[in-house]
Design a protein around this ligand. Structure first.
Ligand SMILES: *Cc1c(COP(=O)(O)O)cnc(C)c1O
Length: 391
């Protein structure tokens, strides 16, 4: 089977909702993968921040396999151990009180939104259900999480969207404060806007926002779907901002490559949801949670310190490359500001040279697996340098 067979079959059988690049990856190991024609690539994308431990991590695969051959699924009608173990580890690492497992980032955000609205309804009655999120944010593709997404391009074709969302300007505390009126139950933010262009929020803004929320009993929801699970050099990104949110959502990297989302509940929100309020058939699935448990156990302090070091190393090297104007981001979530080339052109040229990268609007975005080795980084950067030099 070669690439053109695969492309033809995909186009005939699979719904065209993605503008795919002309590559079909067959297999991989850590940050290196090979396509069906035998060409190898260094992976600076980790399946959009999902393969936090790289391709085919042995410990992770073994944990999943052992669970698959013991009990793959039983439903949330019964207790299962991997779900409990994964939740306990998340709580130990985050200081949050409870965990609800879902299957994706959008679904985790739906859970957080429902929780915020119920918290407010119980305490204050109706008329306080608005959620303020930020302009340029991204929170998912369901009808409600699209409403929460502050980018106009997403707000077409699928009307009517869920009501009760408003947008504030990031890093403008005064303007945000003006939005926090009596009808607001929660604020929803990404601490580093991912799809929006790898834009970190300012520390003063985040702390000011957390203070305002506390004063007004407005819940602070942090969407850590992309920034969580070690990506930014701490288990959760909020830990570098000196705040403790009321709700946190995770997905992408937490499952190590299998679909897992999570809502993390803090002190104020730990008792809001009651039996019957929220559910999902697959959420907390034993096999997926056994993999997540392995991911979580791997992410100790030394592991996170390495993420920060590798991020600094990437930054230094990237800043010496042609067309690179600046590098934004935290840890191994990097956004490269380009000069004289589009991000799409760099991704395409990178593929030719054997390196997989991502875009985030005009920026080139790198989300390498957190386990990437020095050798893999150097080889991938060499290829990226060659791609940039050709443009
Ligand atoms: C990817 C992403 C989502 C959506 O996650 P899905 O798993 O695709 O539903 C939500 N929020 C942020 C910040 C993301 O990066």
């Amino acid at each position: 089977m070669n690439f053109s067979d695969i492309q033809q079959r995909d186009q005939a059988a699979v719904m065209h909702t993605y503008a795919r690049f002309p590559v079909a990856i067959q297999r991989g190991k850590n940050a290196r993968c090979v396509d069906f024609d035998g060409k190898d690539y260094i992976d600076f994308s980790s399946g959009i921040g999902v393969n936090s431990l790289g391709f085919a991590n042995e410990g992770w695969a073994k944990a999943v396999y052992e669970q698959l051959t013991t009990l793959q699924h039983i439903s949330n009608l019964y207790y299962t151990l991997p779900c409990i173990q994964a939740a306990e580890l998340i709580e130990q690492k985050s200081g949050m009180r409870k965990v609800f497992f879902a299957n994706s980032g959008a679904e985790a955000n739906e859970g957080a939104i429902k929780t915020a609205r119920k918290y407010s309804l119980q305490k204050y009655g109706p008329g306080r259900s608005t959620i303020v999120s930020l302009q340029n944010s991204f929170h998912g593709r369901t009808v409600t999480t699209l409403s929460a997404t502050g980018q106009d391009v997403f707000h077409k074709d699928f009307f009517p969207f869920t009501e009760g969302f408003r947008f504030a300007v990031a890093n403008d505390l005064e303007a945000t404060a003006a939005q926090l009126t009596q009808d607001v139950c929660a604020v929803l933010v990404e601490l580093v806007q991912g799809e929006g262009g790898v834009l970190p929020l300012e520390r003063d803004y985040v702390q000011g926002l957390a203070r305002l929320c506390r004063e007004k009993d407005i819940l602070l929801i942090v969407d850590e779907v992309q920034t969580g699970a070690g990506r930014t050099g701490s288990f959760l990104c909020f830990q570098q901002f000196g705040i403790q949110p009321d709700l946190v959502t995770m997905a992408k990297g937490i499952g190590g490559g299998l679909p897992l989302g999570a809502v993390l509940f803090g002190e104020r929100t730990a008792d809001v949801l009651q039996p019957g309020d929220h559910a999902t058939t697959f959420g907390g699935n034993p096999a997926v949670c056994a993999g997540a448990k392995y991911v979580l156990e791997t992410m100790d302090e030394a592991f996170l310190a390495q993420v920060r070091e590798k991020g600094d190393y990437f930054r230094q090297k990237l800043l010496t490359m042609p067309h690179v104007k600046g590098v934004a981001g935290m840890g191994l979530m990097l956004g490269i500001e380009l000069d004289g080339v589009t991000s799409r052109e760099v991704v395409e040229k990178g593929i030719e040279q054997g390196v997989l990268t991502l875009t985030a609007k005009a920026k080139l975005r790198l989300l390498p697996p957190l386990t990437i080795t020095k050798e893999e980084i150097d080889q991938g950067l060499e290829r990226l340098q060659r791609a940039l030099a050709q443009l």
